[in-house]
Design a protein around this ligand. Structure first.
Ligand code: FAD
Length: 394
């Protein structure tokens, strides 16, 4: 009988591994379990929030994946039994696996910020999982009068997409500058510094003047509570009333990974850095944001790269061959304004227990660069998005 691989989660990691497995070895029977028929991409969602792109650029179906021979099951996985090697879905279907790939992304840790629960997210959207939350934040910005205050509250590390909150701040500032120029944007950060900080802050001053005000944790302390009905954020030393509040709470591996015993006390899933097999459960590989991939950031680029490597390793392991050590890479593009892009890149290799960064490889965009250079990077970011979504979902 052909080997069976079940994949939980049809996002950047899961959809990639399902396709790559079929491409590595068409004899492998691949089932992809995903509750939603339309995937909403987080990459590029900041452009939708800033009004630069329509929501439709984020939406992808699974027909082309099914056409590669992947069996699509549009249900939520609710239980994994590592002894009988079975996944149970919400609709009471059971799927047996020889190897399982867990790629369910993240969940918010509700009430880590006191009062910030699912109901609060309907008033103060996180928009950190794309879809209705993206549209809600966009609508709130559209409804806000000129002269309003937008507050973004990013979490401490590690979290999904380290430069994401700052790209979002940039593109909201672009919207405010062009539509509601008397407005302000305040970032109440729960950390001391952030990804590509020098590039972002120089560009902010250059393009947006004093529209964006960033406060590291040393200014007012972390955001510890919210009062959603009043749109108030409470830090350790200050209360701030917002007209639009974008609260991005701390995160961890999604629920199915937690209840399957794959996550440790950090909330993320430890893995073997060569094969991505869980350190806690044999036969289960964890990819993408849910995993603790060491120095690799939680990005769609990383999820996609990890998934391609993992597919090769699973195909080899199923044939009784040893895994091979490979290097991995990541690039995160951020758009600071239309035609103004910046990036950060890294190269990684498996270490003893974690995936380590290769020193001296990678880096950030130059601090001083011409307008043409920034425009080129904006173009690279757009073509990266077209290419990855075509490769994963097209
Ligand atoms: P996801 O893409 O979230 O996919 C997880 C899937 O699992 C979902 O489809 C979900 O429905 C499914 N699922 C969950 N639970 C279950 C279950 N029980 N059963 C079955 N299925 C389940 N990254 C970049 O590289 N570049 C960018 O420019 C970029 N921009 C970003 C901007 C923002 C605002 C944000 C929030 C993120 C951005 N990212 C970017 C990060 C990127 O979105 C994530 O790193 C990436 O989506 C991780 O992929 P994943 O497959 O692990 O998770």
């Amino acid at each position: 009988a052909s080997a069976r691989v079940v994949v939980i989660g049809g996002g950047y990691a899961g959809a990639t591994v399902a396709r790559s497995l079929r491409a590595s070895d068409p004899s492998i029977d691949v089932t992809l379990i995903e509750p939603r028929r339309t995937f909403h991409s987080c990459p590029f969602s900041n452009l939708v929030i800033g009004g630069l792109q329509p929501f439709s650029v984020l939406c992808f179906g699974y027909d082309d994946i099914a056409a590669t021979g992947v069996r699509m099951v549009f249900e939520r996985a609710i239980r994994v039994d590592p002894v009988t090697k079975t996944v149970r879905t919400e609709g009471d279907l059971d799927f047996h696996y020889d190897r399982l790939v867990m790629a369910p992304g993240i969940e918010m840790i509700w009430n880590a910020i006191s009062g910030y629960n699912e109901a609060a997210a309907e008033l103060m959207p996180h928009a950190w999982q794309a879809g209705p939350q993206t549209l809600l934040l966009r609508k709130q910005l559209e409804d806000m009068p000129d002269g309003g205050v937008v507050v973004i509250a990013p979490p401490a590390n590690p979290f999904r997409c380290p430069p994401g909150p700052y790209e979002r701040a940039s593109l909201i500032a672009h919207y405010l500058k062009t539509n509601k120029p008397r407005s302000k944007l305040m970032i109440l950060d729960s950390k001391e510094y952030f990804s590509k900080q020098i590039l972002f802050q120089r560009a902010w001053t250059e393009i947006y003047g004093d529209l964006i005000e960033w406060h590291g944790i040393f200014d007012f302390g972390a955001v510890i509570a919210v009062r959603p009905l009043e749109r108030v954020l409470v830090t350790e030393s200050k209360e701030v009333r917002a007209d639009v509040a974008n609260v991005i709470p701390p995160q961890r591996a999604a629920r199915i990974a937690q209840i399957s015993g794959l996550a440790d006390e950090t909330g993320w899933c430890p893995i073997n850095p060569v094969t991505f097999e869980s350190s806690l459960q044999a036969g289960i590989h964890v990819l993408g944001d849910a995993s603790n991939a060491g120095a690799m950031p939680k990005s769609a680029f990383s999820a996609n790269a990890q998934a391609k490597v993992c597919a090769v390793q699973i195909a080899r392991l199923l044939k009784g061959k040893p895994p091979i050590r490979t290097k991995l890479a990541n690039t995160c593009y951020s758009l600071v304004a239309p035609g103004y892009g910046i990036s950060i890149a890294g190269v990684y290799e498996p270490g003893e227990v974690l995936i380590d960064s290769i020193k001296g490889a990678g880096g950030i965009s130059p601090i001083y660069a011409s307008a043409k250079f920034r425009r080129l990077e904006a173009d690279y970011g757009a073509s990266w998005y077209r290419t990855i979504t075509e490769q994963v979902f097209g």
